[in-house]
Design a protein around this ligand. Structure first.
Ligand code: PMP
Length: 439
């Protein structure tokens, strides 16, 4: 072990990690700047994943770091229950201005999972306050990832994440996923085929009756389950079916939000206006945990119409709108705006697209898909060992100086939005070299 490695790796029960395998051969990160991490053994690692899809402006940006340092020394904590601090209001206003349409009200959380559970609770309470309390059913999607709270797990559609935790929330249905290799393999951008899969919502409505359905939640682009890009017209169809039946539509933009698709939000990209949007990650550039749920005027109004003096929504977190997270978010928005990062992905997307699709034809590559500054590269699984090939690529990439993300046998790339063309060349070139060595 190196000097700067901890002597005991046992106590930290690591999340979403094969702990025993990891601890036999750990990968530790010591510092980061812009596009790179420095590992504890000193080697440089090009960040091909913006940390965990969150460090959109690149690492250790001075303006954000300084804002955090200043605020923590000035106002370490302030409750936001029945009181507040000025910057939380300022941040909410700035965010509301950034989000298109009438999504003008912002509820702060500390993570994507909390944002999802908050949005689901807003949807349920909204219908009840409107006197429509039979609308309790929630609709998610197969292969959806909405975090690890019981709400998010329930509407999520990943069997491995769900199967150990009992029946989860009752009254949840799932739309089919939009992952179809046969028709859409090697599509650039939005696939032509598959919008009809949204019609499954009609089937669910027929089965349960619309009067029992509260909300549909989808990731506009599903990142964590392997970069699933919605077929052309799919989200528009979901919107129109929701409108027809008075069902709320929730976009989970925990990954898409803050420039990932080359637009500030997926709402801008697809031109579809949901009723609620969940965000986290890029809101603070990953520096301090924070999430935010955006609610439409129509939803917010229903809550504000109750008796004066009553708490309208009995929900919140000790750290909702935490001053240090708020300062980090304000500084992050400054950086995004000053550098045009929320739309920079659109300029680079054609170059990125051409680069990632150049991996077609390499051993085991059975699909490549991309949108904005995200790409998924799907490998054929080894018989009986799903995920083994991508994991081998991940370990080899890390050792060679490149951070990629894998789910099953899908490799996801989502670099910081400050990436330059030469980084894209290095990233894709290194990945190509490694893929040639994966058995
Ligand atoms: N929703 C989506 C779409 C996500 O991608 C994630 C995390 N990758 C979450 C929710 C959960 O976020 P967190 O890990 O911050 O709880």
């Amino acid at each position: 072990m190196l000097d700067n490695y901890p002597s005991d790796l046992g106590a930290f029960w690591m999340p979403f990690t094969a702990n025993r395998q990891f601890k036999a051969k750990p990968r530790l990160l010591a510092s980061a700047k812009d596009m790179h991490y420095t590992a504890a053994d000193g080697h440089q690692v090009l960040d091909g994943t913006a940390g965990l899809w969150c460090v959109n402006a690149g690492h250790c940006r001075e303006a954000i770091t300084k804002a955090v340092q200043t605020k923590v020394a000035e106002l370490d904590f302030a409750p936001t229950f029945q009181m507040g601090h000025p910057e939380a209001f300022e941040l909410a206003s700035r965010l509301a201005k950034l989000m298109p349409g009438p999504l003008n009200h912002v509820f702060f959380t500390n993570s994507g999972s909390e944002s999802v559970d908050t949005a689901l609770k807003i949807a349920l309470a909204y219908h009840r306050l409107k006197g429509d309390g039979a609308r309790t059913r929630l609709i998610g999607r197969e292969r959806g990832y909405h975090g690890v709270g019981f709400g998010g797990l329930s509407v999520g559609g990943i069997a491995n994440n769900r199967k150990h935790f009992g029946p989860l929330l009752p009254g949840v249905d799932h739309l089919p996923h939009t992952h179809n290799l046969e028709h859409n393999a090697f599509t650039r951008g939005e696939p032509e085929w598959g919008a009809h899969l949204a019609d499954e919502l009609e089937r669910i409505v027929t089965l349960h009756d619309a009067s029992t359905i509260a909300a549909v939640i989808v990731e506009p682009m599903a990142g964590s389950t392997g970069v699933l890009i919605p077929p052309k017209g799919y989200l528009q169809k979901l919107r129109s079916i929701c409108d027809k039946y008075g069902i709320l539509l929730i976009f989970d933009e925990v990954i898409c939000g803050f420039g990932r698709l080359g637009t500030p939000f997926a709402v801008n990209y697809f031109g579809v206006q949901p009723d609620l949007v969940t965000t986290a990650k890029g809101i603070t550039n990953g520096t301090i945990p924070m999430g935010a749920v955006f609610a439409s005027d129509a939803i917010h109004d229903v809550f504000m119409n109750g008796p004066e003096g009553a708490i309208e929504f009995l929900h919140g977190y000790t750290y909702s709108g935490h001053p240090v997270a708020t300062a980090a978010a304000l500084a992050t928005l400054d950086v995004y705006e000053a550098e045009g990062l929320l739309t920079r992905g659109a300029e680079l997307a054609p170059y990125f697209e051409a680069a990632v699709h150049s991996l077609a034809g390499l051993p085991n590559v059975i699909d490549i898909r991309n949108i904005g500054l995200v790409a998924g590269i799907e490998l054929a699984s080894r018989p009986g060992a799903v995920g083994a090939r991508a994991y081998e690529a991940f370990v080899k990439c890390f050792e060679a100086g490149l951070l990629i993300r894998t789910t099953g046998d899908i490799i996801a790339l989502s670099p910081p939005l400050i990436i330059e063309r030469h980084h894209i060349d290095t990233l894709v070139g290194q990945l190509a070299d490694i893929l040639k060595t994966v058995a």
